[in-house]
Design a protein around this ligand. Structure first.
Ligand SMILES: *Cc1c(COP(=O)(O)O)cnc(C)c1O
Length: 353
């Protein structure tokens, strides 16, 4: 029996996608997807489809944006963003580990203004009421904080280019994506296997910094070569394409957002109702619909609870080492049934305790 995979990433993908990907390893137009040339007509079609689907899901087709699938992970974007966009200073919102890492890289290229931070409470809330100066090159933040389980629900309005790391909630809920000038997302959180990162960038924000940029780190170089400046991560891009197709065939973000909301409500309701548990995030409106963080009120139940969820076939529920407790990552492909399985275990613990 396959496990209920609540892992934070690399994460669960639809079974249908695994089956198609497995079949393509054995035979993709009479070759393996692993041995085809990235310059072949068949792969050029995959790349184009993946780029078009990404723009379509974000409702950004024909709006001046280009989609790229690059290597290097979301972490590479921490520095590529600054390399390409930071001339003198940039504003960053600090909501956790990933923001902190992005800020560290940006400081290599210019001044960083931290507009707000939730570090004072171990990042268990989303700062609000901050102002973004109008003379910065861009404003950078994360929509979803994979480790702490917080999520920005509203899209900020600022007068400077808006750059966003959406690695762990891309394609999970509707947003006004046209408010963003550059969006990036590592594939392995909600889109595909590790190995590629989606970048959606509005072309008119590029080419404005005075420094020279190494070719491999230059968005304009990758755009001019249709994301094929060098050998792209062929298989991760193919699998990401399959996942975006799966999403489209089923009704797109609107469809999955309803299911994601149902799953999150099911588990958060239990965290709130069951007296053995408490949520990690301070304000309910900041709770992530993707990564649900919670703790046992009394650590004495730890061994019993751990044994129970493992026996129920649940995988990947331990919290990140910087937070402790538990983290239920419930990305697009996790079913309502898996969420129910977790809730059943929590109820069972209550009966036993
Ligand atoms: C996982 C994660 C990253 C880092 O991604 P890599 O692909 O491992 O570099 C960055 N940002 C967020 C929000 C993440 O969840």
């Amino acid at each position: 029996m396959l496990k209920h995979n609540f892992s934070a990433g690399p994460c669960i993908l639809p079974q249908e996608v695994f089956k198609k990907a497995a079949a393509a390893v054995l035979n993709f137009n009479d070759l393996s997807i692993l041995e085809i040339s990235h310059r072949s007509k068949d792969f050029v079609e995959v790349m184009e489809k993946a780029q078009n689907l990404a723009l379509e899901h974000l409702d950004l087709t024909d709006k001046g944006y280009k989609a790229l699938f690059l290597g290097g992970g979301a972490s590479m974007q921490f520095l590529m963003v600054a390399y390409n966009l930071l001339e003198s200073k940039a504003a960053y919102l600090n909501t956790g580990t990933w923001s902190t890492k992005a800020i560290k890289e940006a400081k290599l290229f210019g001044d960083v203004i931290e507009v707000a931070s939730s570090k004072d409470q171990n990042f268990n809330y989303i700062p609000k009421g901050y102002t973004v100066p109008s003379d910065v090159d861009y404003f950078h933040f994360q929509t979803n904080n994979t480790i702490f389980g917080t999520q920005l629900k509203d899209d900020p309005t600022v007068s400077v280019p808006m750059v966003c790391d959406m690695s762990s909630d891309i394609f999970s809920r509707k947003r006004d994506f046209s408010k963003y000038d550059l969006i990036y997302a590592g594939a392995q959180k909600n889109m595909g296997p590790a190995g590629t990162t989606l970048i959606v960038v509005k072309e008119d924000i590029l080419g404005k910094v005075s420094r020279s940029i190494p070719s491999m780190l230059d968005y304009q170089v990758h755009i001019s070569k249709d994301s094929m400046f060098n050998t792209p991560p062929v298989f991760p891009i193919y699998v990401s394409m399959l996942t975006m197709e799966w999403l489209k065939d089923n009704g797109g973000i609107e469809w999955i957002e309803k299911i994601n909301n149902e799953k999150a409500a099911l588990v958060y309701d239990e965290i709130d109702r069951n007296e053995l548990f408490e949520g990690f995030v301070a304000n309910k409106e900041d709770r992530s619909m993707m990564n649900l963080t919670f703790n046992l009120v009394n650590e004495d139940h730890k061994d019993t609870f751990n044994k129970m969820w493992q026996e129920a076939g649940i995988n990947g529920l331990n919290g990140h080492r910087s937070v402790g407790g538990y983290r239920a990552s419930m990305y697009n492909a996790l079913t309502l049934e898996s969420a129910q399985t977790l809730v059943d275990v929590m109820k069972e613990l209550e009966r036993k305790a």
